[in-house]
Design a protein around this ligand. Sequence first.
Ligand code: GRF
Length: 207
Amino acid sequence: MLKVVVLVSGGGTNLQAIIDAVNAGTITNTEVVGVISNNKNAYALERASKAGIPSLCISPKDFASRAEFNQALLDAVNDFGADLIVLAGFLVVIPEMVIEAYRNRIINIHPSLIPAFCGTGFYGLKVHEAALEKGVKVVGATVHFVDEGTDTGAIILQKAVEVQQGDTPEVLQRRVMEQAEWKILPRAIDLIANGKVKVIDNKVVIK
Ligand code: GRF
């Protein structure tokens, strides 16, 4: 059983997609053992509690230094016994000590087709605003491993979504979630849980 800890900051629709997929059996061999939010008001925490999943709030604001926050986050994922950390809309930069301890065991969902519209400053609605501003006709989402860079780790899965005439950033964001994020994030977890994802020369090979 792959023990998964999901890190969230907001609404938690990706967390919900994971919970639903575990319950439906489309993610196999997996248990969501904990949810960690940096925001105590995140609706994601309510989703965790409804699903009977233990949750914690760990915010940089509650620590005297960043180093103490980093240690608390690492201790929490260790205490949950995590095999895999899933960043599902987590808006805090992952400390290097966590990346080192969980090399190729942290994945993130990003709402664009990396390398488009990614890196520092590209999060949430800003990604979709930039895509509409550029006038691209196809957008999408990416699940990737987390390394020390921003959105630079090995790509696991991507799915394309068409832009439609008259899209607003909000409408496009919702379509990318429904058609891409909620599908490829659970799928990536299932592949990892079943030993099908290998990283070779910093690229993912799916067996
Ligand atoms: C998603 O768009 C995700 O790609 C991004 O943050 C958003 C999180 O949404 N990184 P939710 O909290 O899962 O509803």
